[in-house]
Design a protein around this ligand. Sequence first.
Ligand code: CA
Ligand code: CA
Ligand code: ZN
Length: 472
Amino acid sequence: MVSLILSIILIGSSNYKIMLARIYYQNDEQRLKILQNHPDILAGNAIQKWFDVLIDEKEYEEFKNMNLKIEIQIPDMKEYMKENARIFIDFGKYYTYNEMKNEIMQIASQYPNITNLDTIGFSWYNKPILAMKISDNPQMDENEPTGIFTGVHHAREPIGCSICMDFIRWLCQNYNQPGGAGDTATFLVNEREIWIVPVVNPDGYVYNEIDPQGMWRKNQRDNDGNGYFNSNYDGVDLNRNYGYMWGYDNWGSSPNPPDETYRGPSAFSEPETQAIRQLCNSAKPQVGINFHSYSNVIITPWGYINDYPPEPDKTIYLAMADTMNDYNGWPYGNSSATVGYTANGTSDDWMYGEQNQKPKCFAYTFEVGSAFWQAVNDTNIIIQQIHQTRPCMIYLLYRAQHFVNIREKIYVDKVHFKKGFVTKDPFKSIPEKILSNSKIYDIMGRKTDKFDKSGLYILEDEKGNYRVILLK
Ligand code: CA
Ligand code: CA
Ligand code: ZN
């Protein structure tokens, strides 16, 4: 049976061109039909109503027969990668795993007072999964508000590594320096514990250096147990392997080993997700971003159903996303609202949803850019994407304080927060009685009596209830 599947795939790949196509839907019926016919979605955008998929000519005809609008993005993937082979060497402007490793080790030795480079686990092929902690007294657990940032759960999404490496460098180079960036970096290093994992999936990432299409997504688990890696059957989708509502249904998460979204034989079956679980259980982050690509959206839980966490967390999630949207203009919401499909076993559902072994973490997934290897030849694109994401990382780390210490008491009016809390002039839009009887905390958790910067403020009334104010 296995050899039969193998030969069909081999014949298929020699006879058919594989193209990257964008398929548009107009309604829910069409959306579900696409997902049913082609569950391996490269990227989706629920606002613009499209999915990007890899299809052969036969599938192209099938979609055309469904009367769907199709745009061919790349007519022949193999040809495309052949043409780009030269700039693809060493991943072009992106980091290879070894480049990441060398640089992170160099930074660790250059900044020993504020960094702690840790190996949090090993992949199936024994590659270290590196995590860098950045904080003052980095060897100690100082019980400071904590954030986590990760890249490359999915092997073909290198921008996450670039964003993580930039943030490491930015924090270290600006620490104790004069000026605005210096002040911010110094505050964050002194008052926060920041964990950064640039490459969660080293095996899959390294495999893309030899994969002719650079399109490998999963890790390299030996699904068929034949003792070696075969790309037509092996590998687990690490962002379907986390243990909160794992395997809830088969939408966006597959029980079949060859599939791109294969969730693994059991929750946390993979050494890579076990490493992140262990890190979260010990470091206890309260905020975080898992970087993926692509489609320029900010995703909140839930992933496994089209719903949100209970209040007030839903409002906190969306209010923070709304502020991050100021930095990049990206739409935000749960997976259904942003990428157009549900998926169980994702990192964010577990990071937020698991609240017994560790506190809840307000974790987001960012889908960065407009293609997996978008910037392979262009550093400017990477810089632009860093400018769209770094402020969000800084912002969330600032935010960690409030939602850590007072999150159990946060009170949110049953008003649609867009209307009720987004304001240009709090003195006009918030009843005077509430303002005059409340303590006001600024973005850094300090008591203040003025609203002088845009961002989140918190009001604490006489009864100890909290209100979120988003000042624009
Ligand atoms: Ca510290
Ligand atoms: Ca195998
Ligand atoms: Zn991804």
